[in-house]
Structures are given as structure tokens and as C-alpha cells.
Design a protein around this ligand. Sequence first.
Ligand code: AMP
Length: 281
Amino acid sequence: MQLFKGLEELRGWRKQQTQSIALVPTMGNLHEGHLKLVDLAKRYADKVVVSIFVNPMQFGKNEDLDNYPRTLEADCQALAERGVAGVFAPQVSDIYPRGLDVQTVIEVPQISDILCGASRPGHFRGVATIVAKLFNMVQPQYAVFGEKDYQQLQVIRLMVKDLSLPVDIISAPTERALDGLALSSRNGYLSHQERQQAPQLYATLQQLQKCLQHGEEDAKSVLQDGAQQLTTLGFKVDYLELRRPSDLQVATPDDNDLVLLVAAYLGTTRLIDNLQFARQP
Ligand code: AMP
């Protein structure tokens, strides 16, 4: 496995490649969820490149950019064991040589301003911009993203469509701990007690799915009760919504494919999760 710490090295390697390449973009501090993306990428392409870059453009001013866990050595070891061809771990100056204030950006309208985008203004601009740049740097035929970050996945799908980018987007199901908590690098911020409470987030989504999948109950009041239940369990709910998957607009009674999305704080840690399901006749 090769480690590229700069863009020039990566480009030199890329020019020599004749086989297909799948990219798995990450911010590092890898867990089994990330590694499952690698396994899936290997099923599509001959070679897998994983990028590890904590992207300052997608963090808000008061967010955890400085404290975000950076574990490059352990990450590289795990990726080498998983059969990855290359790791691209650039410096911020390599990615944003002119500085963030004057960087050309990519805006995916509408979907970027709702849900997580409403609470984290500019977040999806940062995500779309770095992913587009990584596509141009690595030039993969495939790129793999986790359904755990469902809105991010759909933002990227729309960006690829709008800009006619020659990359197939593959999605991987959310990898969970045995108690149901979606694996996340941010789970490491949870105290022992918060970690015990955290699985209730997904348990609540599963419970709401049961109420909503036959379409008889009033979605608005089911969601209100769900949010109230999470509050009682100790969460500070940012949003709990039922949306249609393609553009994450509010689901109507005619939509059969649905996704429940939640963001909630435990202490200072913001957790997100989602559950896709089809309305049963
Ligand atoms: P991150 O390092 O958090 O930016 O995540 C990098 C990629 O891994 C994104 O496509 C995420 O959606 C994906 N990912 C993170 N956690 C999980 C998980 N528990 N299951 C599946 N994919 C995940």
C-alpha cells in the first residue's frame, strides 16, 4: 500500500494506472463502518484509494475541527490489512493553496440548506467542494459513501448529476454496534453514561417506522411524540423528520419510499442516524 502525502505524488501514481479505481473519502479515525466501505469498493474496482482529510471547509466556527481525532498511523495499518492500494492524506495547504476565503466552491441548492444544512450552515458546501476536488485529484470510476450520512450521500448524488461527473456513486449500509448505535468517529466523545443512552436513537427510529409504515397514523403527531420521547430519554433533539429519499423534501401520503432522519445531542456530542423503509399497502 502506498501513502501519498501530497498531490504531486498522487498525480504521478495516478498517471501510471490502467486499472479501475474506487475512491473512499474519509476524515480518518477509521472504524469498521469505514472498512466496510473499502470492502464494497473492492467489489467494484481493481484498486481502492482511501482519502484521509479532515476538511476544514465543512466545519462550522464552533465545531470540533481542532479536536477531531487524527490517527493516521493506525488508519494506515488497518487499510493495508484490508488490501487498499493507496492512501491519500494531504495537508490543508495542498488542498486549499489559496486559502479558504478565496476558494472556488460548489453549492448544491435546496438540499444543502435543510436538516443538517439548516443547523450547520455551509457544511454541505464544504462537503461538495472537497468531494469534487478529490474526484478531480484521484479520478476514480467509482466512489463509495455510507448511508449513515444520508443527506451527504444525496447531496453528492445530486452534485454528480448536476455537473455530469464521470463517477458512479455506490452507497453502503450503516454499520452498527451490537446495541444498534451507528458507528461514528464522534462516538468517542460520549461519556460512559451517554454511550449507554445513545442506542435509544436508533431504537426510536425503529419504533417510529412501525407506526408509520402502514400510512394510517398522522406522521406529524408520530414525529412529535418521537421527539418528545427522545427528550425524555436525555437527548436534545435538533430534528426528527420523515422525508422522501431522493431530495429529502417532506414526504407526502403519495410517497412510498421514505426515510426517517434524526439529529440529536447527547451532552455536547451531535449524533445523526436514519432509517429507510417502504410504506406497506
Ligand atoms: P467520515 O470519516 O465520518 O467523513 O466518513 C467517511 C465515510 O464513511 C462517509 O461516506 C460516511 O458516510 C461513512 N461512514 C461513517 N460511519 C459509517 C457507518 N457507521 N456505516 C457506514 N458508513 C459509515
